[in-house]
Design a protein around this ligand. Structure first.
Ligand code: PMP
Length: 404
């Protein structure tokens, strides 16, 4: 049998998909599992967006499109990205449409670092696991920057200053943040920009896929800070805002790198689905009532789950500023039930109480001194949230008694 490459053999993954397989296996055995694993809105795409896709199919929009996307969507996305970001001078030709925002993580790393050259990429830890796996797969050096609970899961800019070297080529930021729901404030982004001003070789990948799910105040992008626009790759998309994860539409903008990303797409996907592109034009240009209603519903559920979790013995939960994730601290709960760490806690909770979560280690190595955390995606019904958290509380109480 021929070998597979070392690169492919060591490729990382999203452990959400691994846990999902465990959950599905238990469900097939007839177990009743309440799952908080999936990172996607629990709504259908808006009706008028569905209709636009059907019109595209019936209207014969079946072929390839230019690799950068149809003009109509590049124009709509440029206007949209700019309007959300204080009127940045984003032109349609600066915007590239992809099959989701995810592929641009790879294209950004591939376009700013060289394989095996010692180029460094700084990325949030905990963080979306694809950052680290793609940095490694493309032969760059991963440099995690730690997020801290006492900063509402932001990093300390002083730590960033220490991590940047002449070899740093890319800084990945993500706000609102997966998995913690944390945001970076305007002041924090200005401070980051002040540090970056001393290091002009560093690009920024601003993963702003949750930009429409900010609960306190307006969204603010680091690209809006003076001096940051040209070096910032802005990444957003249709997945989270309009509940279109399976439609696969992302839009990324940078005035220098847009033609480079376009060439990567010609080398890989050729283009995003034409049907989905027409649907995304309607999502952006059409009524925003559905997106606003979804956001209101997430805010309501955020408040609900944070309150419930803070009543669970041994659990402390901060109020996250965005996305649809909470990242409660379960250090004390682990101690109470005699679980060695959050991963043992997660496994026992799944097998003994039928509640599926992800553990902190699914989002990178645990940050020293920060304790144990788990992630709930609260894109679930309030009934499921109430029942799931109640099961978790019962599980902790029952097992604490046993330990005592
Ligand atoms: N970035 C982050 C932080 C995410 O959580 C996700 C989706 N889980 C993505 C990017 C990718 O989104 P998509 O490819 O669906 O646009």
């Amino acid at each position: 049998m021929p070998d597979i490459s070392k690169r492919a053999a060591s490729l990382g993954t999203e452990n959400a998909f691994v846990v999902l397989a465990e959950v599905n296996a238990l469900a097939r055995q007839g177990r009743d599992i309440i799952s908080f694993c999936i990172g996607q809105p629990d709504f259908p795409a808006p009706e008028h967006v569905q209709e636009a896709a059907i019109r595209a199919i019936r209207g014969g929009k079946h072929g390839y499109t230019p690799s950068a996307g149809i003009d109509e969507l590049r124009e709509a996305a440029a206007r949209y990205l700019a309007a959300m970001r204080g009127g940045l001078p984003i032109r349609p030709e600066d915007v590239v449409i992809g099959a989701g925002a995810k592929p641009f993580i790879a294209y950004a790393i591939l376009s700013t670092t060289d394989y095996g050259a010692g180029d460094e990429v700084i990325y949030p830890n905990p963080g979306f696991p694809i950052y680290e796996s793609q940095i490694l797969a493309h032969g760059a050096r991963p440099v995690p920057i730690h997020l801290h609970e006492d900063r509402d899961f932001a990093f300390d800019p002083a730590e960033l200053e220490k991590l940047i070297t002449p070899r740093t080529k890319l800084l990945i930021l993500n706000y609102p943040h997966n998995p913690t729901g944390g945001c970076l404030s305007k002041t924090e982004l200005q401070e980051i920009a002040r540090i970056l001003a001393k290091h002009p070789q560093v690009w920024v990948y601003a993963d702003e896929i949750y930009s429409r799910l900010v609960f306190g105040g307006d969204f603010f992008s680091i690209a809006q800070v003076p001096g940051m626009y040209e070096r910032t790759i802005i990444s957003d998309g249709a997945s989270k805002t309009w509940a279109m994860t399976g439609w696969r539409i992302g839009f990324t903008s940078n005035p220098v790198l847009a033609p480079v990303f376009t060439r990567w797409i010609t080398n890989t996907d050729s283009c995003a689905s034409q049907v989905s592109q027409w649907a995304a034009v309607e999502a952006i240009n059409g009524p925003q009532a559905a997106a606003e209603a979804m956001k209101a519903s997430f805010l309501d559920r955020r408040n609900f789950i944070v309150q419930l979790l803070n009543d669970v013995p041994g659990v402390k939960c901060r109020v996250p500023g965005g996305a649809f994730y909470v990242w409660p601290n379960v250090t004390e709960a682990c101690r109470m039930i005699g679980a060695a760490d959050s991963e043992e806690f997660r496994k026992r909770l799944l097998n003994e109480a039928g509640v599926a979560l992800l553990a902190d280690i699914h989002f990178g190595a645990r940050v020293p001194g920060e304790g144990q955390h788990v992630r709930f995606s609260y894109a679930a019904s309030k009934q499921a949230i109430e029942k799931g958290v109640a099961r978790m509380a019962d599980f902790i109480r029952k097992n604490t008694k046993k330990a005592a």
